[in-house]
Design a protein around this ligand. Structure first.
Ligand SMILES: Cc1cc2nc3c(=O)[nH]c(=O)nc-3n(C[C@H](O)[C@H](O)[C@H](O)COP(=O)(O)OP(=O)(O)OC[C@H]3O[C@@H](n4cnc5c(N)ncnc54)[C@H](O)[C@@H]3O)c2cc1C
Length: 334
């Protein structure tokens, strides 16, 4: 039997994946799609989960979309395929320091892994060449979304704010994909400390002079004010750590016309150990919901399948009739 009164907080890709595989859940969100398609700095990694997702939302033969997205490292006027220890450190310092602040060269980063590659790994990601706006359109096609923002959460009720004012709804369970600091402040607990730095994505359609089109993404060091540039389907995204205004960007690069401008509030987040949901009927999901650096789309899809499969198994313990559908479900990973 389907759940009633289960709400998904947030309508980004994470909330939409939960809704797609659990159509009787209700999304509450002020917008659809979140940051996924807006940054032009997000790739759909080629995994079993993302292929399955694409198939389920109507893309035929996703294996044909597979490609290698090459990563370069800009140093001393050229792009290297290899990270040395020193280059890796300088890239991380650039990435973790706001564009207009002085880099503290004595800082020892707690990890040497970049989000996409580690120092000894290959300099490419296996990705799926797909329009992320199209993914959002298809996955949200039949989703009815309750417009609003959740402003208060207690053990059995949520309060939603929208243009008509405040309303209250009882819940049986919640899937929270909204940034953890928002969740906890709505829950009335501000004891945890969540640290993050915003990033600014500036999207241009002309190839910047500091980019090389042989690559999908290039990392930069203290030689530049930005930390990386991507090329996804002919759009170039220049990523700054911190907030840079369009005016400030134009002053730096008058020849580059800004097509889109987007700030990701928690672009660089610092993990917060112990960020566990406060009750068994609340699930945290997605990078910002779990507040875990490194969570990507395939991890969310896996979480949703595992959850569905676990629930199916529990139902099956009391009903032999559903064994067939349970077996079908498990074939997802075969
Ligand atoms: C720089 C960067 C690069 C990344 N690269 C990749 C990548 O290459 N591949 C990849 O798979 N992932 C990548 N990620 C992770 C990426 O963030 C996720 O894959 C995904 O886009 C996050 O989606 P989300 O739905 O979890 O969060 P969001 O997109 O932030 O969605 C949250 C939603 O919650 C809504 N909301 C906020 N507050 C409330 C409230 N109070 N009540 C109701 N709704 C609310 C928002 O409006 C929004 O719709 C990257 C992330 C960053 C920051």
């Amino acid at each position: 039997m389907g759940k009633i009164n289960t709400y998904i907080l947030g309508g980004g890709i994470t909330g939409l994946v939960w809704k797609f595989y659990n159509p009787d859940y209700q999304i509450i969100s002020p917008d659809i799609g979140g940051v996924f398609a807006k940054t032009h700095m997000v790739w759909l990694h080629d995994t079993m989960e993302t292929r399955k997702l694409l198939t389920d939302i109507g893309f035929r033969n996703p294996e044909r979309l597979t490609m290698k997205s090459y990563i370069g490292y800009f140093t001393n006027g050229w792009v290297s395929d290899i990270q040395t220890e020193d280059l890796n450190r300088r890239i991380i310092l650039r990435k973790m320091t706001a564009w207009n602040e002085k880099i503290d060269k004595t800082w020892d980063p707690p990890t040497r892994d970049l989000s996409t590659v580690n120092i000894v790994g290959n300099n490419y990601m296996n990705t799926l060449d797909v329009d992320l706006e199209e993914v959002i359109l298809r996955i949200s096609d039949k989703s009815d979304i309750m417009n609003g923002r959740v402003v208060n959460i207690d053990k059995s009720n949520i309060i939603i704010e929208n243009k008509d004012g405040l309303s209250s709804a009882p819940y049986e369970s919640l899937v929270s994909t909204i940034p953890a600091p928002f969740f906890w402040s709505a829950y009335g607990d501000i004891s945890k400390e969540f640290k993050s730095i915003p990033i600014t994505n500036i999207i241009v359609s002309k190839c910047p002079p500091f980019f090389d089109e042989d690559y999908s993404m290039i990392y930069y060091t203290e030689e530049f004010p930005f930390s990386r540039v991507s090329n996804i389907r002919g759009k170039y995204c220049i990523e700054f750590t911190g907030i840079i205004t369009q005016e400030e960007f134009k002053n730096l690069y008058p020849d580059l016309h800004v097509e889109e401008y987007f700030v990701v509030k928690h672009g660089r987040l610092f993990n917060c150990p112990g960020n566990n949901p406060p009750a068994e009927n609340i699930i945290f999901s997605g990078r910002f919901g779990k507040w875990e650096y490194g969570i990507t789309t395939e991890i969310v899809v896996k979480q949703v399948y595992d959850y569905k499969f676990k629930n199916k198994k529990n139902e099956n313990q009391s009903s032999k009739e559903s064994i067939v559908s349970s077996e079908r479900e498990s074939s997802i990973f075969v």
